[in-house]
Design a protein around this ligand. Structure first.
Ligand SMILES: *Cc1c(COP(=O)(O)O)cnc(C)c1O
Length: 347
């Protein structure tokens, strides 16, 4: 194995010690301890105290569910914060580069711009799978992160397990698998492979299947060594108290989440079938996520027509390999019916 975490960590980050906040030492557990250490207002109202900087209660539940240790998890203000922390820990601005595989999630490109890190793009092939040889050919000693989105947004397909294995083995930087949609997929999460690949990072989120986009809770799962590096640069109170409480409540009821996921999967199938009957739809792509990509005659025209009927979907026509495609999020049964009725009525 040719992976060396020390080699890919930024020099300034190596020397950092995590900021030690008052709440790192003791967390209020409703006991009789007197907390006069953090200059908080002492009158209880539910949020007068700083939140646990390590989100211990929430991580305990997540670790048990995912079969890993709490030390394998870092939580963030959405996975977008987690992705940004990866840039800041490993990518030297104006020197290092990342590799992304369009068409894919737009945030990788946005974060590369913000952090002044070159984004080397290698298009997916016609089946929306990675071209492994072409990817490895653009990688050099300054390639620190590779982003694989599986299931991929906006195409909806999972990335081939074999190809991911090859990339994990050959790439000298971190391979970040963005599993925002994994709960809708038939594929197994890569979290179970963390001990096999020291350069594997898996990100997940409560924003999609868990129905909690509003609270902003993202997860990063990796070796304890990688998580320790990220902990050095994470803002101490990046996950607020209300988010920790709502997240804990939600993940403690996996049956309720699974019920909604099952409903969405049923609707996805129905929507797929219905889309195939729409006259101007020429292709409906198979989806492992909670959205469906479809090719139409004129995506911009159809997008505007739907907006006129009060339905907002995503026009993906400017994305590479996605000319005249639209991305439909699977909604409630009523919403999907409205969408299909609207699409069928268009001329
Ligand atoms: C929606 C989405 C996310 C979620 O980001 P959050 O910041 O956790 O809401 C992450 N990755 C992809 C590919 C997504 O589509």
């Amino acid at each position: 194995m040719n992976f060396d975490l020390d080699k890919i960590t930024r020099e300034n980050v190596k020397g950092l010690k995590p900021y030690s906040s008052a709440r790192d030492e003791y967390v209020s557990d409703g006991s009789t301890m007197v907390f006069l250490d953090a200059n908080e207002n002492p009158f209880e109202n539910g949020t007068n105290r700083y939140p646990d900087p390590q989100q211990r209660s929430l991580k305990a539940v997540l670790a048990a569910q995912k079969g890993i240790q709490e030390g394998n998890i870092l939580l963030g203000n959405g996975s977008d914060e987690v992705l940004d922390l990866l840039f800041r820990a490993f990518c030297e601005p104006a020197k290092d580069n990342i590799i992304t595989l369009p068409p894919t999630y737009g945030m990788y490109q946005v974060l590369s711009g913000i952090n002044s890190v070159e984004n080397r793009t290698v298009l997916l092939d016609a089946d929306f799978q990675p071209n492994v040889d072409a990817i490895l050919a653009v990688a050099d000693n300054n390639s620190k992160l590779m982003f694989l989105c599986s299931p991929n947004n906006p195409t909806g397909n999972g990335i081939s397990t074999q190809k991911i294995s090859r990339l994990l083995t050959a790439f000298k930087g971190l391979v970040v698998i963005d599993e925002a949609y994994i709960d809708f997929s038939t594929e197994e999460s890569w979290v179970s492979k963390l001990s096999e690949y020291p350069n594997l990072v898996v990100t997940q989120t409560l924003s999609k299947a868990y129905g909690m986009a509003g609270i902003r809770l993202g997860m990063c799962m990796a070796s304890t060594e990688i998580i320790a590096v990220l902990n050095k640069i994470k803002p101490p109170y990046n996950v607020n108290e209300l988010t920790q409480q709502s997240a804990l409540q939600r993940v403690s009821d996996p049956k309720a989440v699974q019920q909604e996921v099952n409903l969405i999967l049923g609707e996805r199938q129905r929507l797929h079938t219905a889309l195939e009957t729409v006259s101007f739809v020429s292709k409906v792509y198979p989806s492992d996520a909670n959205f469906i990509l479809a090719k139409v005659d004129n995506a911009t025209l159809r997008y505007n027509q739907l907006v006129d009927q009060g339905i907002v979907v995503r026009n993906r026509t400017t994305q590479p390999l996605c000319e005249n495609t639209m991305r439909f999020t699977v909604g409630t049964p009523e919403e999907n019916k409205k969408l299909i009725t609207a699409l069928t009525s268009l001329v």
